[in-house]
Write a protein that binds this ligand. Structure first.
Ligand SMILES: Cc1cc2nc3c(=O)[nH]c(=O)nc-3n(C[C@H](O)[C@H](O)[C@H](O)COP(=O)(O)O)c2cc1C
Length: 194
């Protein structure tokens, strides 16, 4: 075996969504964030287009993100779906997290590569980040409120119409015991053809 597979398996199984309300105020150092992003860029990508883009919000800039997310929620949510609780959460999350990384997909100009494959590549990159975060003992939360897919969000992020915002990755040191996950046994989801 070339790598320690039992550790790698443990890492994969232990990656857990942990919400910002469970993060401490301990800061995530810039070097750690850089490590996460560097590992993200080693994800596979069809045609090596490397479509991921990351916009990191730390310190004071978290306020700008929080205000924008709150304003967009108020502006874009139909009255019958608007929830004050949801608004509060959207506004609070950037502050509860030491760092928020907005995940973007920059569409390349090679039209032979389907858009869905660019999105898939970014999702692989995010998984690399989350696994690296887990190794550092950091909780992560991939948040995808509907507003992130809006044109208004795109223009705030200075994305082109063909690009996409895919979510916000919140990170922080948890104050709670590391949560346990649950998965269906593979028999339920695998069809074998021998
Ligand atoms: C693309 C994507 C978007 C997600 N968006 C949300 C979200 O908006 N709100 C949320 O509570 N969880 C979100 N999650 C996290 C899932 O809820 C979480 O991964 C799932 O419950 C399994 O838990 P685990 O991550 O601890 O294994 C998202 C996950 C992915 C992959």
């Amino acid at each position: 075996m070339k790598y320690n597979l039992s550790e790698i398996t443990e890492l994969i199984k232990n990656r857990r969504t942990i919400y910002p309300k469970f993060y401490s105020s301990r800061k995530v150092h810039k070097e750690i964030i850089e490590h996460l992003i560097r590992n993200a860029t080693w994800a596979p990508t069809h045609g090596n287009t490397q479509p991921w883009r990351f916009k990191v919000y730390r310190e004071e800039s978290r306020k700008e993100l929080s205000v924008k997310l709150g304003d967009l929620y108020k502006e874009l949510t139909p009255e019958n779906l608007f929830k004050e609780e949801k608004l509060k959460k959207i506004i609070a999350r950037p502050f509860l997290s030491s760092v928020a990384i907005v995940i973007c997909m920059k569409r390349g100009d090679n039209e032979k590569i389907p858009e869905i494959e660019e999105v898939q590549a970014v999702a692989c990159a995010v998984q690399n980040m989350c696994l690296t975060a887990t190794a550092y003992g950091l909780g992560s939360f991939w948040s995808s409120p509907k507003i992130i897919y809006s044109d208004q969000m795109k223009s705030y992020l200075k994305l082109k119409s063909e690009d996409k915002c895919l979510g916000i990755l919140y990170l922080g040191y948890p104050t709670i015991d590391w949560p346990k996950g649950q998965r269906k046994p593979i028999e339920y989801l695998t069809e074998w053809n021998d």
